[in-house]
Write a protein that binds this ligand. Structure first.
Ligand SMILES: CNC(=O)[C@@H]1CCCN1C(=O)c1ccc(Cl)c(COc2cccc3c(C(F)(F)F)cc(C)nc23)c1Cl
Length: 248
């Protein structure tokens, strides 16, 4: 018929986004389940806490840059993303990649003991003390906790993170209309699988989480600027280049 079969297209769209998420999610939740009780010893925690501020920031920046690279790979595989102009792709990643890292962090979070997978083991907030930004870490942990409470499936996380990235309201987009068309398809995909999972009620909660994400990432970028003012050498020479491209 002259009308594409939306359901078939939407099913294919969901399947390709879920596949991309699985291929670019650094580690599977089953692997992390096996490690959930691997905690840092007192000595190991001491070692992290006696790092200098810029040593710890540098250490985290490397982890975050690694995570951001996987998000860039995920974005490139979202149907329609590569049809956008280079500038629009970078603009969406500049603002959305840290938000996706935050959502993905919740997959690595253990709500039973408030620990998150970091450097091969599960770490409590005290491990990050030497970063000298307790408010940022507390906000990261709180957000991860709230995301875990929604008990999203991998498929729901895949569609949700695709929607976090493909956001036509982002600043300085050249062709907003084109981003809107890709965003609408991803929205259809998310509502389709939430309906299929009989969890339509989750949709408004996910939109609320997106608003929280935006404020959280504003805090992060402020912290990043504070850090790069205070430790210009580390920030400008040691941070991996992609990090600077995306966040500087
Ligand atoms: C499984 N682990 C993970 O998911 C995360 C992301 C990928 C690797 N990784 C960690 O190792 C990790 C896990 C938990 C925490 Cl709390 C951290 C430390 O997080 C940060 C320290 C410094 C700055 C951070 C900033 C800032 F400000 F730069 F934007 C922003 C975010 C969001 N996190 C920061 C890290 Cl780096």
């Amino acid at each position: 018929s002259i009308y594409a079969h939306p359901l078939r297209n939407i099913d294919e769209l969901c399947a390709s986004i879920v596949r991309s998420h699985r291929e670019t999610s650094q580690c599977r939740v089953e692997e992390l389940q096996a490690l959930r009780w691997k905690l840092f010893s007192r000595e190991e925690i001491q070692a992290y806490q006696s790092k200098t501020v810029d040593e710890m920031w540098q250490h985290c920046a490397i982890q975050l840059t690694d995570a951001v690279q996987y998000v860039v790979e995920f974005a490139k595989r979202i149907p329609g993303f590569r049809m956008l102009s280079q500038n629009d792709q970078i603009a969406l990643l500049k603002t959305g990649s840290m938000e996706v890292v935050l959502v993905r962090m919740s997959r690595y979070f253990n709500t039973e003991n408030n620990t998150v997978f970091f450097d091969g083991k599960f770490a409590g907030a005290e491990v990050f003390k030497s970063l000298a930004c307790g408010d940022l870490i507390a906000a990261v942990f709180d957000f991860a906790h709230d995301m875990c409470a929604l008990k999203l499936t991998e498929q729901q996380i895949a569609l949700f993170t695709a929607l976090v990235l493909i956001n036509a309201d982002r600043p300085c987009l050249e062709d907003r209309g084109r981003v809107q068309r890709v965003q609408r398809n991803v929205e259809l995909g998310l509502t389709h699988i939430l309906h299929r999972d009989n969890q339509d009620n989750l949709l408004h909660k996910l939109y609320q989480r997106m608003a929280v994400l935006r404020s959280l990432c504003r805090l992060h970028i402020e912290k990043l600027h504070w850090f790069s003012q205070r430790y210009p050498l580390t920030a400008h020479s040691l941070f991996p280049p992609l990090y600077k491209e995306l966040f500087a």
